[in-house]
Design a protein around this ligand. Structure first.
Ligand SMILES: Nc1ncnc2c1ncn2[C@@H]1O[C@H](COP(=O)(O)OP(=O)(O)OP(=O)(O)O)[C@@H](O)[C@H]1O
Ligand SMILES: O=C(O)C1=C[C@@H](O)[C@@H](O)[C@H](O)C1
Ligand SMILES: [Mg+2]
Length: 171
C-alpha cells in the first residue's frame, strides 16, 4: 500500500487544507501525521513540545511517518518539520511528494493568529518563520516530485495545479 500523494511544506502552506480537498477530489481518504501523533500520545502538539520536548515529538513523528507511508493509500499530509529526519527522507523515496510553498509574508499571515503551533509562539514569530524557511527550503525541494506555490491561489486552484503536475510527474 502506498499513498496517492504525500503533502509537505512549512506551517501555513496549507498541507491540511489542500490535503483534505485533494483527497475529496481523488475520492481518497485523508490522513495527517500530526493527528496520528496527537492520537498516539494522547495530548496536543503544543503539550508534547512543552512537557516532553521537541525531540520526543520528533521521535513519535518519525514513527508516524513510517507507519502512515506503509498503511495509507490515500492522501497523506506530513507535519511541517517531518522532513528534517534523515530516516523519514529515506522513507519518502519513490513516493509522489508534493511540496506546497509559501512566502514568508503570506506564511506569517496565515499562521499569525494561531497559538497551536509551538514553534511559532516565541517573541518574534516572523524571524522564527524566516529561519525555518531558510533551513528547510532546500530540504523540501530535495524530497519533492513537484512544487506548487500556494501564494496567489485559492485552495481549489492549488488542488487543480497539484493534480495537473502530479499527472505530468508520474506519466
Ligand atoms: N491557498 C490558500 N489561500 C488562502 N489561505 C489558505 C490557503 N491554504 C491554506 N490557507 C489557510 O492557511 C491556514 C493554514 O492552513 P493549514 O492549517 O492547512 O496549513 P498546514 O500547512 O497544515 O499547517 P501546519 O504545518 O501548522 O499543520 C488556514 O487558516 C487555511 O485556511
Ligand atoms: O514545522 C514544524 O516543525 C511543525 C509543524 C506542524 O505541522 C507540527 O508538526 C509541529 O507544530 C511542528
Ligand atoms: Mg496541518
Amino acid at each position: 500500500m502506498s499513498p496517492r500523494a504525500v503533502v509537505i511544506g512549512p506551517p501555513g502552506a496549507g498541507k491540511t487544507t489542500i490535503g483534505e480537498l485533494l483527497a475529496k477530489r481523488l475520492g481518497a481518504s485523508f490522513r495527517d501525521t500530526d493527528a496520528d501523533v496527537v492520537e498516539r500520545a494522547g495530548k496536543s502538539i503544543a503539550d508534547l513540545f512543552t512537557y516532553d520536548g521537541e525531540p520526543a515529538f520528533r521521535a513519535l513523528e518519525e514513527d508516524a511517518v513510517e507507519t502512515a507511508l506503509r498503511e495509507h493509500d490515500g492522501v497523506l499530509a506530513l507535519g511541517g518539520g517531518a522532513v528534517l529526519s534523515e530516516r523519514s527522507r529515506q522513507n519518502l523515496a519513490g513516493h509522489p511528494v508534493v511540496f506546497l510553498s509559501v512566502s514568508l509574508a503570506e506564511g506569517a499571515r496565515r499562521t499569525g493568529l494561531s497559538t497551536a503551533r509551538p514553534l511559532l509562539t516565541g517573541v518574534n514569530p516572523r524571524a522564527t518563520f524566516k529561519a525555518l524557511l531558510d533551513e528547510r527550503l532546500p530540504i523540501y525541494r530535495s524530497v519533492a516530485a513537484i512544487e506548487v506555490a500556494t501564494e496567489e491561489l485559492t485552495p481549489d486552484e492549488v488542488v487543480d495545479r497539484v493534480i495537473d503536475d502530479l499527472g505530468e510527474a508520474t506519466t
